[in-house]
Design a protein around this ligand. Structure first.
Ligand SMILES: N[C@@H](CCC(=O)N[C@@H](CS)C(=O)NCC(=O)O)C(=O)O
Length: 225
């Protein structure tokens, strides 16, 4: 385990997070496996704290602010930073080829699969009558995952690693959009992998609830009359 004790000279990194965000989930998973304690600041997407926007004006979660004021504002950057400090379960992979393989798969997830996932889950936001066409277009990626899992045990090798942690929150979101439909598809190994992930201690801990962080600025403001 890393040193996780905070002190005035060694404050914890600050994590701005939103519980249901899959990008924030994967950052929390990596921080947890790395044993990296953080000051967790739960936010509301509709009411982002000024302190977060000052650190990262683009306004997405997760954001990690390090003690030296370095700002990590991409979930994968946060994962790699935490695992680069401490990777007890070997999530980063043993060699360059497996690291590149994992990165390629994550890029497909974050690109094409996420594109279809958003349109499947929220068709009205995209002016679509329903999400059925995009559910079909996402199928190829999920079948690729099924084949990888059936062949290698996990998405990018014999152990649960970066690719699994980075992709599972998105597959979960897809599966939860219509659980009955998902369960009827021919991807039994994928369904098992997802169920195992959702039952894992890592995921359960990463999904613990936190009260919304009130914000230092608002905390110190005089109460409204
Ligand atoms: N590329 C970013 C994407 C993060 C992202 O899009 N997060 C969403 C929530 S899941 C967000 O904060 N959206 C801003 C908003 O809804 O206002 C990352 O990997 O961290």
């Amino acid at each position: 385990m890393l040193t996780t004790e905070a002190s005035p000279l060694n404050p914890l990194p600050i994590l701005y997070s939103f519980r249901r965000c899959p990008y924030a989930m994967r950052a929390r998973l990596a921080l947890r496996v790395a044993g990296q304690a953080v000051e967790h600041r739960e936010i509301e997407l509709k009411n982002k704290p000024i302190e977060m926007l000052q650190a990262s004006p683009k306004g997405t979660v997760p954001v990690l602010v390090l003690a030296d004021a370095t700002v990590l504002e991409q979930s994968l950057e946060i994962m790699r930073w935490a695992l680069g400090r401490n990777d007890p379960d070997g999530w980063l992979g043993d060699d360059e080829a497996s690291r590149q393989d994992a990165s390629g798969l994550i890029a497909q997830n974050d690109g094409e699969f996420k594109f279809h996932l958003d349109r499947y889950k929220y068709p009205h936001r995209y002016g679509l009558p329903d999400g059925a066409a995009h559910r079909e277009l996402a199928r190829g990626f999920l079948q690729q995952l099924e084949a990888r899992l059936a062949h290698g045990g996990f998405l990018s090798g014999p152990r649960f690693g970066l690719a699994d942690a980075a992709i599972a929150p998105f597959v979960r979101q897809f599966a939860h959009t219509d659980k009955t439909w998902f369960a009827q598809q021919d991807w039994p190994v994928l369904a098992r992998w997802l169920a195992d992930f959702e039952m894992s201690a890592a995921f359960i801990t990463a999904m613990e609830k936190h009260p919304v962080w009130p914000g230092v600025a608002r905390d110190t403001a005089p109460a409204a009359r």
